[in-house]
Design a protein around this ligand. Structure first.
Ligand SMILES: Cc1cc2nc3c(=O)[nH]c(=O)nc-3n(C[C@H](O)[C@H](O)[C@H](O)COP(=O)(O)OP(=O)(O)OC[C@H]3O[C@@H](n4cnc5c(N)ncnc54)[C@H](O)[C@@H]3O)c2cc1C
Ligand code: FES
Ligand code: FES
Length: 1363
């Protein structure tokens, strides 16, 4: 067959996926590899998380074969940007290809599972591939043979391998451990909690349990048949797929000259196509010209003048070449430059982008399309050159000239880039080179706020002591300019000068006038101040004659050494991090009372998730005739909709219909979702109510076509005679736009406020706090598939946290009885509350379209639309007045809280109770509040993990901090003084406080102080701060009190004739490990029968998808208690089954000594015992509500030049009762805490002036990554013992730990306070150093602003003054 195809007709493309041959004859050249894999192969492990290169969910391994060298090159790539035509003759490996349930899982899968590194599993296959890519390449390196079971990978490589991959569930620590377990240099003792190590056993035995990795027998990434094909050099039929691969410059020139190019045929030069991740061009091109096969563009040449790299060379290859060059002894002067450029380039995007993105692509984007490039800046400082051709005209220019030119036209090509060797001009001159970037993520995968690179030559002054700057090249970029620039005036000013404080001060003044972001650039002052900070960092150590370096008082800087790394030297540093993360402790206490409950078993299905075989809604194959939908949403908050047109000459390709509220069938209603507070509309009718509101649903033959059509849709609005929209809580209040809060949901005040205020020695009146929103960022976007069924029925697969509500909403929308609608949910790729209310309209729209068109309809929403529509966490404004004694004891607190609920009620009436619930964590003496739910023309805000509680707990801490600053006292002391006694706890929480013994918080507080060495570290931090000018540290300890509510939940356990067990529960598996706990509970519940074979019950249990027609009253999965309620429901079912089986067993035992489970069940079938038991767990009043406790200590370090906060260490101690599964709970605690870090430190979810979300993807919305989590992350789960009121004595873990992430924010505040104290001591701070508001999230610009945007100038002025 193969031979035949080789000899016979020409084909477009031939490649392999997981060893399987694919041959395509007609290809749409704009088709991405991801689209191909997901729609035309059975391999669904590649997931679409963002479609813009920013999440890694789609990572695959691409392998290329070089027949001349007989070598295979392997590299990871983002399949969402890689075009399928570019992989001709390549082999693709996806996670299924590493191993799977049929042929056996790969050790990577098994270790991900065993290290508890997969929760919802949506990120896991991509993570596995990123690790595999690093592993495969490490094995090829000329390194010593690793010992058996290990690879040649190093720990730091293992950590960096996943630096570009996002995970919203785990908090990364277990993923990093799974990756590190392969590293040759790992200390196995440093690896975190896993299912392989057994306590008390010898290390060798533990190690022998680790799934064996045999580096000699790794999978073949390039199949033999494809090698033969490559050797036969089968050519691609360019015409048929409009994909041209010129192999010479002449061929390229003639393609560009071709008359078609002038006749409206859209042509695109392409290398890695990663630029699409940024620009997201809508219309596909007619022709693509792949530049990778032209020698001038794809080779790297070295000579005595430097390195010349072809423009199509990938960034990864350029980095390799630069590092290769460093080894060369003859170019020592340039070593530093090359090394620094390579290090900087290593922070461009992520590995899987650098592996395909080219240096030329980057520069062309920087030159003509305003891309905030890092590469342009660093190459500019290094004095690089470029070579271009236009037609037959060759031009060699400096990079600076190139950047200043008008954008390269479509017929011009960048051929190569030359980075020159650097030489000193003066005999005794020494070269210095340094690069900088300030970005939300240190390792990359985030565009910088500003980048810079400086090349300078200095020599010792001959006339006086000090250093003279002979020459310098100072480049700055990405700060909101068209392209990177040289700060020429500053260069001229500095050149030839003796470096003194005054000169440096003069330079900073000039620089501030040079680095001026364009209008509209966010944080312009911050960016300018970064430029000053970087220049200061570079030149500071050379200033004045004092060779000991006055920067940090850290002694003995030799000016020509690598100044930056020296500057970082810190002889007081008590936390050293040779790798990204240091060894962390996870401490759990096992409970053996109800085995296998309490066992830390691995998550059910985690290996399947890792291999990518786990089926999510979008992995269900499309039925024939299926249509795909996309929402057209309003961009105006309050406007009449006159009509919808498409911004294209004809109807966009593939579009079949448009559905709006007008298509709701007779008897149906315009309902998209429903909750206890009522229904909410599916589509806007005549008037839009908020920007982001769905107006229509466009249907097309593919998801891509539907998405393009939705983007091309233009809505015609009419704003005449309409009131202005209400967008803020202040406007809502003014215009009385408020929702009513049902009195029973309004929390109760505590004590007598006026009395409390009268008792106070001091008062702070009307202080303000503002909190913004947060986006869920589940890795799996909203998705649904609706299938019309017989007799006016509808089957809907929905990724939903509450299928029951979805069923009701769909039935109401279609006007059919609920029994006509079956909603099915197997697993959800991350929910965090966002797949509750917000998943319903998605399912309803598909159902409505399917109903109208009588065809299957599905959607996988793109990230942008998802972010725009999602709503997210409730923003709010808080004004408070607090009275307190001089010793810090608070006597009264009053709050006015305005909650921005958005346009509809959603679950907002529950917010006041949740806010106050967590706020009551301290004994405020008297507590009163006035809470208003503001109705605004914004997307409706919904529950997001810890809804209300997160804000309430933070407000409490903000009040404490403010009181501490006022007095002034240590915040920790004020916390301790206001801690609840059991009596005050009871006063504030009533019955939820439980018995005195349940109040474990005080012991948690003290225990954590000891285990985290809180007092010693506080002292060390003081010492550190005294000795460091440019870095300040802060530490904070805090606790949480979280009131949870159990809800009625159904469960059903059925035993099949072979003894296997099938379970249905009301709860949905959203990654929180619900199924795992349920399985354990069934095994425990049925083990009461005590027959042989019961020991492997766990393997016999299968939990199946939620089906709203099979198990009713499933309710909503949320509020942290669904796992335990579902467990209790199945325990009750098991009890019923045991009761039915025991008499039979006892009868059988009269005839035999023992009885096996299978035999018992066989007999039960024969005797018609009912082997299916349904139950509905209804918590009694004593156990409905209970309090959860935990505490955390966090230490951070703030860089005063950039505002960057590094979380050095977090310690958490959390009470899980008797954990149902400590591994699962540990994962919940870590994952929640890291999601909280996102809220407090990173995630800005902003809108434009119309209220339309404008942080709409991974480029602007930054969730935590492996490089932004605590470097040391210690978690201990407290087993607080037996409690008959809890489900087998367990407590919840899903949400409460999120609140503890406020410790990161408060520690940051403490560090900033130190910075301001210092500023104050220089006489450069107006106002108080200790009383200030730190915004949430405390992003780099916010932190820097509080530390002083002019801190460098202030410092220099101060120095000049003191000299
Ligand atoms: C998620 C992500 C994060 C990123 N982060 C960073 C970052 O932090 N810093 C940074 O500097 N960059 C960053 N980048 C940009 C990245 O470096 C570029 O996308 C990449 O280098 C472009 O190369 P490419 O081969 O994929 O270009 P393509 O996408 O193939 O092409 C880009 C554009 O250049 C044109 N073009 C390409 N080569 C030539 C040529 N030789 N002559 C003429 N025109 C040409 C193409 O026609 C197209 O218009 C990021 C990219 C992504 C996707
Ligand atoms: S889907 Fe490709 S990187 Fe996110
Ligand atoms: S497990 Fe990583 S996103 Fe859910």
């Amino acid at each position: 067959m193969e031979q035949e195809s080789q000899m016979g007709k020409q084909v477009c493309l031939v490649f392999a996926v997981n060893g399987q041959r694919f041959q395509l004859s007609n290809v749409d050249p704009s088709m991405t590899l991801l689209e191909f894999l997901r729609t035309q192969t059975p391999f669904k492990s590649v997931k679409l998380g963002c479609g813009e290169g920013g999440c890694g969910a789609c990572t695959v391994l691409v392998s290329k074969y070089d027949p001349l060298l007989d070598q295979v090159e392997d590299f990871t790539a983002s399949s969402c940007l890689t075009l399928v035509c570019s992989i001709n003759q390549c082999s693709i490996t996806t996670s299924e290809g590493l191993g799977n349930s049929k042929v056996g899982f790969h050790p990577i899968h098994k270790r991900f599972s065993g290290f508890h590194a997969s929760q919802c599993g949506f990120c896991t296959p991509g993570m596995c591939m990123s690790l595999f890519g690093a592993l495969v390449n490490a094995e090829k390196a000329a390194r010593p043979e690793p010992s058996s079971g290990y690879s040649k990978l190093t720990v730091i490589e293992a950590e960096k391998a996943i630096a570009g991959n996002l995970c919203r569930c785990t908090g990364y620590r277990p993923i990093a451990d799974a990756c590190k377990s392969f590293a040759a240099d790992v200390d196995m003792e440093d690896l975190g909690f896993n299912s392989f190590w057994k306590k008390g056993e010898r290390q060798e035995i533990n190690l022998s349990r680790l799934p064996l990795y045999n580096h000699d027998q790794e999978i073949c990434t390039f199949p033999a048949f494809l090698k033969r094909q490559v050797k036969a050099s089968m050519l691609m039929d360019s015409e048929r797929c409009s994909w041209y691969q010129p192999s010479s410059l002449e061929e390229l020139q003639s393609l560009l000259k071709c008359p078609d190019a002038n006749n409206g045929v859209r042509m695109k030069l392409v290398v890695g196509n990663t630029g699409m991740g940024y620009y997201k061009e809508l219309e596909p091109y007619d022709r693509y010209i792949d530049l990778r096969y032209i020698p001038e563009l794809s080779t790297i040449r070295r000579d005595q003048n430097g390195i010349e790299t072809g423009a199509a060379v990938t960034i990864s290859k350029v980095i390799e070449a630069l590092r290769e060059e460093i080894k060369d002894e003859f170019i020592s002067a340039s070593k530093l430059v090359f090394e620094k450029i390579a290090d900087h380039m290593d922070k461009v995007a992520s590995k899987f982008i650098r592996n395909t993105g080219s240096i030329g692509g980057n520069l062309v984007m920087a030159q003509g399309k305003h891309f905030p490039s890092d590469i342009a800046t660093v190459l500019l400082a290094a004095g690089s050159f470029v070579h271009t051709i236009t037609g037959t005209m060759h031009e060699k220019l400096t990079l600076e000239e190139f950047l200043k030119r008008p954008p390269l036209d479509s017929k011009s090509v960048l051929l190569s880039v030359r980075i020159p060797n650097c030489e000193s001009i003066e005999e005794d001159g020494k070269l210095l080179f340094e690069t900088y970037r300030a970005a939300p993520r240190p390792l990359g995968n985030a565009l910088p706020h500003l980048n810079a690179a400086f090349l300078a030559e200095v020599s010792c002054s001959k006339s006086s002591s000090g250093n003279v700057l002979n020459s310098c090249q100072l480049a700055f970029g990405a700060f909101g300019t068209k392209h990177a620039i040289r700060a020429k005036k500053v260069e001229e000013f500095l050149t030839g000068k003796l470096l003194t404080t005054a000169v440096l001060y003069g330079a900073t003044k000039l620089l501030k006038a040079t680095v001026l972001p364009e209008d509209g650039t966010p944080n312009p002052a911050y960016r300018s101040s970064l430029a000053v900070g970087f220049l200061f960092d570079f030149l500071g150590q050379l200033v004045d004659s004092n060779p000991n370096g006055w920067l940090n008082g850290n002694g003995g800087l030799s000016m020509f050494e690598d100044a930056k790394s020296k500057e970082k030297h810190d002889n007081l540093d008590h936390v050293k991090f040779p790798t990204l993360l240091s060894s962390s402790k996870q401490v759990i206490q096992l409970n053996k009372d109800y085995l296998p409950i309490g066992e830390p078993i691995t998550k059910s299905g985690s290996a399947l998730q890792a291999s990518g075989e786990a089926v999510y809604v979008d992995d269900i194959p499309s039925p024939g005739n299926c249509l795909y939908g996309a929402f057209i949403y309003s961009t105006k908050p309050f406007a009449r909709v006159k009509g919808i047109k498409f911004n294209s000459k004809s109807l966009p390709v593939g579009v079949t219909s448009l559905i709006s509220f007008k298509d709701i069938p007779k008897g149906g209603q315009n309902i998209g979702s429903i909750f206890v507070f009522g229904p909410e509309p599916l589509f806007a009718e005549e008037l839009t109510q908020y920007a982001g509101e769905p107006i229509a649903f466009v249907l097309a033959d593919t998801q891509k076509h539907a998405d393009i059509a939705a983007k091309l849709a233009v809505v015609d609005y009419d704003l005449e005679n309409l009131e202005p929209p209400i967008l803020t809580v202040e406007e809502a209040l003014e215009r009385s736009s408020l929702f009513e809060i049902p009195p029973m949901l309004y929390p109760k005040q505590v004590g007598d406020l006026s009395k409390g205020m009268a008792e106070a020695d001091h008062k702070i009146l009307s202080a303000e706090i503002k909190l913004g929103s947060q986006y869920y960022f589940y890795m799996e976007n909203q998705t649904a598939l609706a299938l019309p069924d017989e007799d006016n029925c509808m089957v809907v697969y929905s990724s939903s946290q509450c299928p029951e509500n979805a069923q009701v909403a769909i039935a109401k929308c279609l006007g059919v009885p609920e029994h006509n609608v079956r909603v099915l949910t197997r697993r959800v790729g991350g929910g965090f509350g966002g797949k509750a209310m917000k998943a319903m309209p998605v399912a309803t729209a598909c159902a409505l379209a399917a109903h109208k068109l009588q065809r299957p309809v599905r959607i996988y929403m793109n990230r942008k639309t998802d972010m725009v529509i999602a709503g997210g966490r409730h923003p709010m404004k808080i004004t408070y007045s607090v009275g307190f004694k001089s010793n810090g004891k608070i006597t009264a607190l009053h709050l006015d809280i305005l909650i921005n609920a958005g346009i509809t009620l959603d679950c907002s009436p529950l917010m006041p109770k949740a806010i106050v619930g967590a706020l009551k964590k301290y004994d405020w003496g008297a507590l009163s509040f006035d809470i208003k739910l503001c109705k605004t023309n914004l997307s409706s805000k919904s529950a997001m993990r810890g809804p209300g509680d997160l804000q309430g707990s933070y407000i409490a801490e903000a009040v404490i901090e403010q009181v501490a600053s006022f007095l002034p006292m240590e915040a920790d002391t004020v916390r301790a003084i206001n801690f609840h006694t059991y009596d005050s706890l009871q006063l504030f929480y009533g019955v939820a406080a439980g018995d005195p013994l349940e109040y474990t918080l005080t012991s948690i507080w003290d225990k954590l102080a000891t285990s985290s060495s809180f007092d010693q570290r506080t002292e060390m931090i003081q010492e550190f701060n005294r000795n460091n000018v440019w870095k300040k540290r802060g530490i904070s300890r805090m606790h949480c009190v979280y009131d949870v509510t159990l809800r009625p939940t159904p469960g059903k356990v059925s035993i099949l004739s072979d003894g296997s067990i099938v379970v249905e529960v009301g709860g949905i598996e959203i990654g929180q490990g619900l199924w795992t706990k349920v399985k354990q509970m069934v095994a425990f519940g049925l083990s009461a029968i005590k027959c042989d074979g019961a020991e492997d019950f766990l393997d016999k249990v299968r939990v199946v998808q939620a089906d709203t027609l099979s198990l009713i009253q499933g309710g909503i999965t949320g509020g942290s208690t669904t796992s335990e309620s579902s467990c209790e429901a199945v325990r009750l079912s098991c009890e019923a089954l045991v009761e039915r089986l025991i008499p039979l067993k006892e009868r059988l035992l009269m005839q035999t000594d023992s009885i096996r489970w299978e035999k018992l069940i066989q007999q039960a079938y024969l005797e018609a015992v009912n082997l299916s038991a349904n139950s509905f767990f209804i918590p009694d009043s004593a156990s409905t509500n209970y309090l959860n406790y935990g505490a955390a200590v966090t230490e951070v370090e703030v860089d005063l030049l950039t505002g960057q906060t590094t979380i050095l260490r977090s310690d958490i101690l959390y009470d899980c009762g008797q954990s149902l599964n400590p591994a699962v709970d540990l994962g919940q605690i870590e994952g929640a805490f890291v999601q909280g870090i996102g809220f407090f430190m990173l995630e800005e979810y902003t809108t434009n002036s119309d209220g339309l979300v404008d942080t709409e993807g991974t480029w602007t919305y930054k969730i935590p990554t492996i490089d932004t989590i605590p470097k040391q992350f210690n978690v201990e789960i407290l087993n607080s013992g037996h409690n008959p009121k809890r489900v087998l004595s367990s407590k919840a873990s899903g949400e409460p730990p999120l609140l503890l992430a406020a410790s990161v924010h408060c520690a940051t505040k403490a560090a900033i306070r130190e910075a301001r104290k210092q500023l104050h001591s220089w006489g450069c701070l107006e106002g108080s150093h200790s009383t200030f508001q730190l915004g949430v999230p405390a992003t780099m610009p916010i932190v820097k602003e509080l530390c002083g945007l002019d801190i460098v100038e202030s410092y220099l002025q101060c120095k000049i003054g003191s000299n």
